[in-house]
Design a protein around this ligand. Structure first.
Ligand SMILES: Cc1cc2nc3c(=O)[nH]c(=O)nc-3n(C[C@H](O)[C@H](O)[C@H](O)COP(=O)(O)O)c2cc1C
Length: 329
């Protein structure tokens, strides 16, 4: 009854556990599967983290050069390769669970994107989720160039892998519609809306900058709902909701707007793994009450192309709301 297709993968329900510390270890992933997750997205393979880890290891091992000069000759080929470790771990995860394993990838250089995408496929990943985000802090780059470069990388990835590829995007594009349409035309199989970024914060007592990650709740999912509703039926790729999908009700809204699946993280941290079952039950009960036998029967039913008041998704300014007297506080 809850079955859905996402990126061509058969999922037993629309609930995917998104990339996080929970999906960074085989035992926790097995527990997520037992709790009912339909798929998981692994913690990202971050190119920058790989470089840092490898450099740190080389620095540490160099400290022993003077103490034990023979070490280099005793272990001439010994080297740490953090990327290999990650790939090995993805492979072990795949062996340990029967739900689809979507491998998250976040790189900087084009060569790394392509190489690691190939290796993740070889490690057994069922799909790749490209976590494509970096701020452009300079004023030297034309925004179109940045987007074209990303599309170019995705086209190359699509050429070298046979598994589906999705892209997790941030909400910071001038035209999300154009970018997602370009992703669709580049052959990308799905898009995750939206990635949540670390925001800077300042401790006013200590007068220092701090980095905090705040868990989300339902109040955060408006942008995802808006863009899923606007894009559904307009692009061919699959839409996956992320960012503030806290309850079964939130998930139902996203599917009505056009999502094939949802990725959840904060709600599982906040309420525990049992939340997956709670969300599943809310969905089942609602479908029974409404007389739906499958997700496809109501997926996208309230997308912009299907509703009588398409204005709902486009309303961004309070003034119109106030004039029409259509507000609820
Ligand atoms: C502790 C933690 C670690 C995360 N690690 C990753 C990661 O490795 N890659 C990634 O794409 N997103 C990562 N995220 C972001 C989540 O996948 C997700 O996009 C974000 O939390 C928004 O979803 P939510 O509202 O359900 O929490 C992480 C989030 C948390 C809380």
């Amino acid at each position: 009854m809850l079955k859905t297709k996402y990126l061509g993968l058969d999922l037993k329900s629309p609930i995917i556990v998104g990339a996080s510390e929970m999906t960074s270890n085989v035992d926790k992933i097995k527990r997520l599967e037992e709790a009912g997750a339909a798929a998981i997205v692994t913690k990202s393979l971050f190119e920058e983290e790989i470089i840092l880890k490898n450099n740190k290891w080389r620095e540490e091992i160099a400290q022993y050069d003077d103490i034990n000069a023979e070490m280099g000759t005793i272990f001439p080929d010994m080297d740490v390769d953090a990327a290999k470790e990650h790939l090995y771990w993805v492979n072990k995860t795949k062996e340990a669970v029967s739900i689809p394993v979507i491998a998250s990838l976040n790189c900087v250089n084009k060569e790394a994107w392509i190489e690691y995408a190939k290796e993740l496929e070889q490690a057994g990943a069922d799909a790749i989720e490209a976590n494509m985000y970096s701020y452009s802090f300079g004023v030297t780059k034309n925004p179109a160039e940045i987007e074209d470069k990303r599309i170019g990388i995705l086209k190359e990835i699509k050429k070298v892998v046979n598994i589906p590829v999705s892209v997790k995007i941030s909400p910071h594009y001038t035209s999300i519609f154009t970018f997602v349409t370009n992703l669709d035309q580049a052959g990308v199989d799905g898009v995750v809306l939206f990635n949540r970024l670390f925001n800077p914060d300042i401790d006013i007592e200590k007068e220092v900058e701090v980095s905090r990650f705040h868990l989300t709740d339902s109040t955060r999912n408006g942008s995802s709902l808006r863009w899923i509703g606007l894009l559904s039926g307009k692009v061919g790729l699959d839409l996956c909701a992320n960012n503030g999908v806290e309850s079964g009700e939130d998930m139902i809204k996203m599917i009505l707007a056009g999502a094939s699946a949802v990725e959840v993280v904060s709600t599982v941290y906040r309420h525990g793994m049992g939340q997956i079952g709670v969300m599943e039950k809310t969905l089942t009960d609602w479908m029974e009450r409404k007389g739906y036998n499958s997700i496809d029967e109501f997926k996208g039913k309230l997308s912009k192309v299907k509703i009588s008041n398409p204005w709902a998704y486009e309303r961004t300014q309070y003034i119109k709301m106030l004039l029409k007297g259509e507000y609820e506080i």
